[in-house]
Design a protein around this ligand. Sequence first.
Ligand code: CNA
Length: 219
Amino acid sequence: MENIEKLQEIIDNSNNIVFFGGAGVSTESGIPDFRSVDGLYNLKYKYPPEQIISHTFFQYKPEEFYKFYKDKMMCLDAKPNKAHTFLAKLEEKGKLSAVVTQNIDGLHQAGGSHTVYELHGSIHRNYCTKCGGIIKPDVVLYEEGLDDETVTNAINAISNCDTLIIAGTSLVVYPAASFIRYFKGNHLVLINLSETSADKMADLVIHGKVGEVLSQIKI
Ligand code: CNA
């Protein structure tokens, strides 16, 4: 409760908030994350998920890749949750300048957010790898680089914000996790179920569910 009040005060006094999130933002929409106990990394597959969602695996075993991808990553029926709608409202009120997300599910846009930098792409876009070649989802696989323009926009947003809210991410996937180092504003807030390496840097750490936490804030 004391933490919620502190978060309310920080949000009330901020006019340029950036939200940096990960898979934990969508677990309340029913999409499993990668590293929690019931996340994707604890499921049993013929190959470890890290291997399946790599560029090499996609090239050499596209059918196996697509089996896993369609089954576990293309969550087209998921609906935005309280975290997504809260952030959209915060943007509408002119208090949030950008959402920087590692998620590929498109739920921030579905929830009404406009400025969303998708560091790892989106399941909602696909492209042909060469004319008449295999279709690849526009998601960043292991061994692949991030889109330059998206990275520049994300870093600019983080560098210029007054408050950075980091939520629902284990902060272990690089380079995405390193972008939070560009923050030089007033308040760093961390909302995550489990501890992260950035807890010690934050002004406020809330170990809880991001949707539940944010929906208690009045805007
Ligand atoms: P991760 O490594 O799975 O970490 C998720 C973190 O969120 C963990 O620390 C959890 O404790 C925490 N968490 C889970 N649920 C909640 C909740 N309701 N509230 C607060 N915290 C919660 O995921 P990261 O995003 O850090 O890892 C990066 C990968 C995961 C990116 O490449 C993503 O593309 C990829 N991913 C995306 C999705 C998606 O688009 N929804 C789903 C699964 C994985």
